[in-house]
Design a protein around this ligand. Structure first.
Ligand code: SAH
Length: 390
């Protein structure tokens, strides 16, 4: 019996050839006669193009996982790909007990996220084809990592677009409510069951360490969540203020400060836009500021508004910088590209009437690989600026 084959249009084949794994419904010339799962891919002339995840209910009907037409996507294949992804992260083992092990397309495993928090794994099965392979994936994860528990945070909204239920489900062993993360010696609690993403923002690890090493004087962590930037800033700063709109997040931040023996974290529950404006009106100044808002552009349609929001936040933060002060500003909106974000920073700098020096730009860390031919694998950008005044 030949395996079910998806035939893609020439436009679909061109996209695959350009290094992008997705085929949209409109580029499907002939659908495979198969339930969600793994299918062969070929072009209209019958040339084999490898194997792909097949998601009949999704707009992204195919996600190619290998060009090798002779591959067999079985337990051994999963084991091999997951092992390679883990090996890529090996250097992180020396500095933290929490990292992303699989970043979907970035690791050649579309629609799958696996995060490790100490002895526990949190997974997100984000397409119908990946969901169909759940047992293979869990078996391979057990073999490779021998976790104490595996939790599925399948409450991500993209599951709905795949026709999948949204839920949080324990798949193996037991997973605690809170796990202590050690990030370069700074400790904080992640919340795998209820926290944002899979329990913490692992993607800012290196930026936090970088800013912590530069911290001095008065430091400010805006959009603090559980205080992760603040904890690193406290290493060098005399005082640290954490601002967030969520009282619950700030309670966690305060508890995390205590966990690290930091007695100087002052928490302010406020809207960040208001706080920054009011602090400037009071004549306050800071030597180091972290500005890490949530994704302001959730979709293409909200980009223009998001850019205005980013500009306003950055402008207000720049106005609070002491002479020589540092601002680390980030955007995690996929729809706001690197050039767009730099434009925003430049516009805010112009309006701030301060000579803002570009000290560095950052992208994604080792455990969140961004493949250059797959824009969707990249979302996080950071810019470090110095107020050159004075
Ligand atoms: N910097 C954090 C992650 C920030 S996540 C880290 O490194 O872990 C974004 C945070 O922004 C959330 O905690 C959310 O409660 C907060 N937030 C969202 N909108 C806000 C607003 N308008 N003002 C202040 N905080 C806001």
């Amino acid at each position: 019996m030949p395996s079910p084959t998806a035939i893609v249009s020439s436009r679909g084949a061109k996209r695959l050839a350009a290094g992008h794994p997705w085929v949209f419904r409109s580029d499907l010339a002939s659908a495979p006669d198969a339930p969600p799962g793994v299918v062969r891919v070929a072009d209209a002339r019958g040339h084999a193009l490898g194997w792909a995840w097949w998601s009949p209910a999704s707009e992204i009907v195919l996600r190619r996982v290998t060009r090798d037409a002779n591959a067999t996507i079985d337990g051994a294949w999963w084991h091999g790909r997951l092992r390679r992804a883990a090996e890529r992260r090996a250097p992180l083992g020396a500095v933290t007990n929490a990292c992303r092990i699989v970043h979907g397309e970035g690791d050649g495993l579309p629609a799958l996220v696996v995060d490790r928090y100490d002895e526990w794994l949190v997974v997100q099965l984000l397409s119908a084809a990946v969901e169909a392979q759940r047992a293979l994936i869990i078996d391979a994860l057990r073999e490779l990592f021998a976790p104490a528990g595996i939790l599925a945070r399948n409450d991500a909204p993209v599951r709905a677009r795949e026709g999948l239920a949204r839920d949080v489900e324990l798949l193996d062993g037991a997973v605690p409510e809170a796990v202590e993360v050690n990030e370069h010696g700074v400790r904080y609690l992640a919340a795998p069951w209820t926290g944002q993403k899979t329990g913490a923002f692992l993607d800012q690890r290196e930026n936090r360490v970088m800013l912590g090493a530069l911290a001095r004087g008065r430091a400010l962590d805006v959009f603090s969540y559980h205080g992760s930037f603040a904890l690193h800033l406290a290493r060098g700063a005399a005082s640290v203020t954490a601002v967030d709109a969520s009282a619950q997040a700030l309670e966690r931040a305060q508890a995390n400060a205590a966990r690290n023996g930091i007695g100087t974290l002052s928490c302010v529950e406020a809207d960040a836009f208001d706080y920054l404006r009011d602090a400037a009106a009071r004549g306050e100044q800071f030597d180091v500021i972290a500005l890490d808002p949530p994704a302001l552009a959730k979709n293409r349609g909200s980009v223009a508004g998001a850019l205005r929001g980013y500009k306003e936040l950055n402008l207000r933060a720049m106005r609070l910088l002491a002479p020589g002060g540092l601002l680390f500003t980030a955007s995690c909106s996929y729809h706001v590209t690197k050039p767009m974000f730099l434009d925003v920073v430049r516009e805010a700098a112009a309006d701030s009437h301060r000579p803002m020096i570009l000290r560095g730009m950052t992208g994604q860390p080792l455990d969140h690989p961004e493949v250059v031919t797959i824009p969707e694998s990249g979302y996080l950008k950071g810019v470090l600026l110095e107020n050159g005044d004075g």
